[in-house]
Design a protein around this ligand. Structure first.
Ligand code: GDP
Ligand code: IMO
Ligand code: MG
Length: 447
């Protein structure tokens, strides 16, 4: 049975965690394949809200095995904290039992965090992501498989500490790392996680041969992709479908379907061009921020808000080849007089239908909008009740015409069907297209 990828189709925070939690109902495995704890994936089940940074969102199905894949960069101390949080809720310790760490994944050390915290340009999450990927590319990075060898190699430990200190001095960070620090950090990581470190690519390959269902959980989004995104205001990994297989250690032919998650509007955290950006102080931008609770899951920073950018969404489709789109947070747009969506840009007086590669040009792009009439707001209880009713066969047809017109416009523009519509944060607050991948009864939580 092949694998399914769930990817962010914008600048991150589209609602990937919620979609994975829903699909995990029928999955044997959930795999993170890139990024690290720059990600923040939220799952809301009734009164319980989970904010996951490293643990795959499929953790909510206690039958689902979990992998932190080879494409990831992993901060073991953050993982430890997250596992303690999970234990306090569930009394389960999945590590080594159903949670496995790729031996090829890179370790984020305190050094990487110190270095990243000096960033003044990109507006990174400061979690050490970029510096850890840089070390990997420079071939001086430390993978989980290397830890036990490094521990007994005094020369390498002191060379590593020296390299780290030199680099910190170049960004004026006054922190000193010693080989003793590295020795004790590595000893702790091995003690804490040795039972979980595996050749996970091989495990996933065997699972696919056995007919298991595998979910590949994207982090960030296509516009934050290091190659295809709004460089340099991007993250440091490939966020797309091409890396969903590679970063998991399986081959591209094993991904049979791929769903792109997009909000019904746009948000972005951190710096960089954002053509459809609105003011957070007034009007629709303020409504998106307030009703959408648009604050970063990882850093708590306010997310910038704007209308849906169909140019960017179509670009995301070109990169990833979606089988379907999940449009989230439609509820947030309730009671607006009209809903705007961007269909092209004006750059220096010329209309274009793509994102210019150079930041200097993209930041000069002015959105060209079309509009549709708005729709009446509902309370979150009303939305959940509508969603519950939709599962009796009607699906998306239950939505008012104005919302369906908006969804149809998105489908036609991007050329991909909408398979699920988010109408609230709760796991139950989604309305699926009949017979599509999200058309099922959502079960009670098992945690
Ligand atoms: P991710 O990084 O893609 O997993 O997304 P985040 O969890 O960072 O951000 C999405 C936020 O929107 C979370 O707070 C979710 O609980 C919330 N959310 C997801 N879907 C919906 C929806 O359809 N409506 C509303 N109102 N909130 C949603
Ligand atoms: P999820 O998985 C939104 C942004 C940061 C910054 C840029 C680079 O929750 O969608 P980094 O720390 O990765 O080097 O920062 O990328 N960023 C995200 N924005 N959601 C995320 O993850 C993000 N991960 C990184 O704000 O602009
Ligand atoms: Mg997020």
């Amino acid at each position: 049975m092949p694998a399914t990828a769930i990817l962010g189709a914008q600048w991150g925070d589209e609602g990937k965690g919620k979609a994975i939690d829903q699909l995990a109902t029928f999955s044997d495995w959930a795999v993170r394949f890139q990024g690290g704890n720059n990600a923040g994936h939220t799952i809301v089940v009734g009164e319980t809200t989970l904010k996951l940074h490293l643990l795959p969102s499929g953790i909510t199905n206690n039958e689902c095995k979990l992998v932190l894949g080879c494409g990831m960069v992993i901060d073991p101390w953050v993982l430890d904290q997250e596992l303690e949080g999970w234990y306090s809720i569930t009394k389960e310790r999945p590590e080594g039992d159903r949670l496995f760490i790729s031996d090829r994944a890179s370790v984020i050390f305190p050094f990487h965090r110190f270095y990243d915290e000096a960033d003044k340009i990109i507006g990174t999450t400061g979690r050490g992501i970029g510096p850890t990927y840089r070390d990997r590319t420079e071939r001086v990075g430390i993978r989980f498989a290397d830890l036990k060898f490094l521990l007994n190699d005094k020369n390498r430990l002191s060379e590593t500490a020296e390299r780290m200190n030199k680099q910190l001095s170049t960004v004026d960070v006054k922190k000193e790392i010693t080989s003793d620090d590295l020795f004790s950090d590595i000893s702790w990581i091995l003690e804490r996680f040795s039972n979980s470190i595996r050749n996970t690519g091989k495990m996933l390959h065997s699972a696919l041969e056995d007919g298991d269902q595998i979910l590949l959980e994207g982090a960030q989004g296509s516009m934050l992709d290091i190659d295809q995104g709004t460089y340099p205001f991007v993250t440091s990994s490939i966020t797309g479908r091409a890396n969903a297989s590679h970063g998991s250690g399986i081959h591209p032919g094993q991904i049979s379907s791929c769903y792109g998650i997009s909000k019904a509007y746009t948000t972005r955290v951190g710096n960089g061009p954002f053509p459809t950006e609105l003011s957070l102080e007034e009007g629709p931008g303020k409504q998106m921020s307030k009703l959408g609770n648009e604050f970063g899951t990882t850093t708590g920073r306010p997310r910038r808000t704007g209308w849906l950018d169909l140019v960017a969404l179509k670009e995301s489709q070109r990169i990833n080849g979606y089988s379907g789109l999940v449009i989230t947070k439609v509820d947030v747009l309730g009671d607006l007089d009209e809903i705007l969506y961007c269909i092209s840009y004006s750059l220096d007086g010329k209309e274009i239908d793509f994102l210019p590669t150079a930041t200097e040009e993209l930041s000069r792009c002015k959105p060209i909008y079309r509009s549709l009439p708005g729709f009446q707001s509902r309370t979150s209880e009303e939305w959940i009740s509508l969603a519950n009713k939709s599962r009796k066969g009607q699906g998306i047809e239950i939505l008012p015409d104005s919302i369906r017109n908006y969804l149809k416009t998105i489908e036609d523009f991007v050329g991909v069907p909408v398979v699920s519509v988010g109408v609230g944060p709760d796991r139950l607050a989604s309305i699926a297209s009949p017979n599509g991948p999200f058309d099922f009864e959502i079960p009670e939580a098992t945690f």
